[in-house]
Design a protein around this ligand. Structure first.
Ligand SMILES: NC(=O)C1=CN([C@@H]2O[C@H](COP(=O)(O)OP(=O)(O)OC[C@H]3O[C@@H](n4cnc5c(N)ncnc54)[C@H](O)[C@@H]3O)[C@@H](O)[C@H]2O)C=CC1
Ligand SMILES: O=C(O)C1=N[C@H](C(=O)O)C[C@H](O)C1
Length: 240
């Protein structure tokens, strides 16, 4: 496949290496300082764009590709208030858009375990749930996209919770799920969900040892998305 990389930072580079090792051809490596290279590409020769840039660049990158009917696989976090506009554009242009806050198989198993545990805890009034995420110091958004996905599932399952909040922003409230964000190098991504009572604690965690799982997941999705249409997610891709 011919793959365009929109965003060629830590993730873009590993994605490029994995894609090439699987026989794909990288037609462009676009960063903040070479966006003019986009005008030299022939959109008809691009099978899929993989977009890992930064929160304030994602919408423009994704729109550029979708407007040219290029399917997009995006992992950029921190821009999702604009996702409905991308969803409409995707349907209008009859192409495909795939978003995941986390592409690793391990985290997607963790998402299922998190939802199951939250369902078990929903009537356990003696436990208070909190979350913690730890990432490297270059990360631009907080909390992480993965933490938001975890929090949304917990809030879905536990009726007494209304929304999540960053622990540093807020005084505690019974109705809010507090998320602590820590920035410590070189952490590729750690997420912890804790239920604490006077008697005991229950804790689940996922720790990425590198970025390889995120990058491999994005390439596998790019291979899968070819010739598909619509707005897709990991629930469409995963077979478990
Ligand atoms: N969904 C997932 O599984 C994962 C998502 N991420 C997310 O992916 C994004 C990228 O992460 P990293 O590669 O670690 O960040 P990074 O900071 O290493 O790279 C971002 C790159 O985007 C480029 N960029 C900035 N503005 C641009 C623009 N207008 N057009 C094109 N490129 C532009 C920068 O030049 C930079 O090279 C972040 O939002 C991060 O949270 C990271 C890992 C896994
Ligand atoms: O910025 C990162 O590095 C990561 N971002 C994603 C997120 O915000 O959840 C996924 C992963 O945790 C690494």
């Amino acid at each position: 496949m011919n793959i365009l990389l929109l965003g060629y930072g830590k993730m873009g580079k590993i994605i490029g290496e994995i894609a090439e090792s699987r026989g794909h051809h990288i037609v462009g490596k676009i960063n903040i300082d070479n966006r003019e290279d986009l005008s030299m590409l022939d959109p008809d020769t691009i099978d899929v764009a993989i977009e890992f840039s930064q929160p304030d660049a994602a919408f423009e990158n994704i729109s550029w590709a979708i407007n040219r009917k290029i399917p997009v696989v995006s992992g950029t976090t921190g821009w999702l208030e604009k996702k409905p506009a991308i969803a409409s554009l995707t349907l209008e242009k009859e192409t495909a858009f795939f978003y995941a806050s986390n592409f690793s198989v391990g985290v997607n198993i963790f998402f299922r375990v998190n939802r199951f545990l939250a369902g078990l805890m929903k009537d356990q009034k003696d436990y208070k749930v909190t979350m913690e995420e730890i990432h490297h110091t270059e990360k631009k958004d907080a909390p992480s996209g993965t933490a938001i996905t975890l929090a949304e599932a917990i809030i879905d399952e536990i009726p007494s919770l209304r929304n999540w909040k960053l622990a540093e922003d807020a005084s505690e409230s019974e109705k809010e799920l507090m998320i602590t964000s820590k920035r410590i190098d070189p952490a590729p991504g750690t997420h912890i969900v804790r239920y604490r009572s006077e008697i005991d604690d229950i804790e689940i965690s996922h720790t990425a040892h590198s970025r390889k799982g995120f990058a491999l997941g994005a390439v596998l999705v790019a291979e899968w998305i070819k010739n598909k249409n619509g707005v897709l997610s990991m629930d469409d891709f995963l077979s478990f």
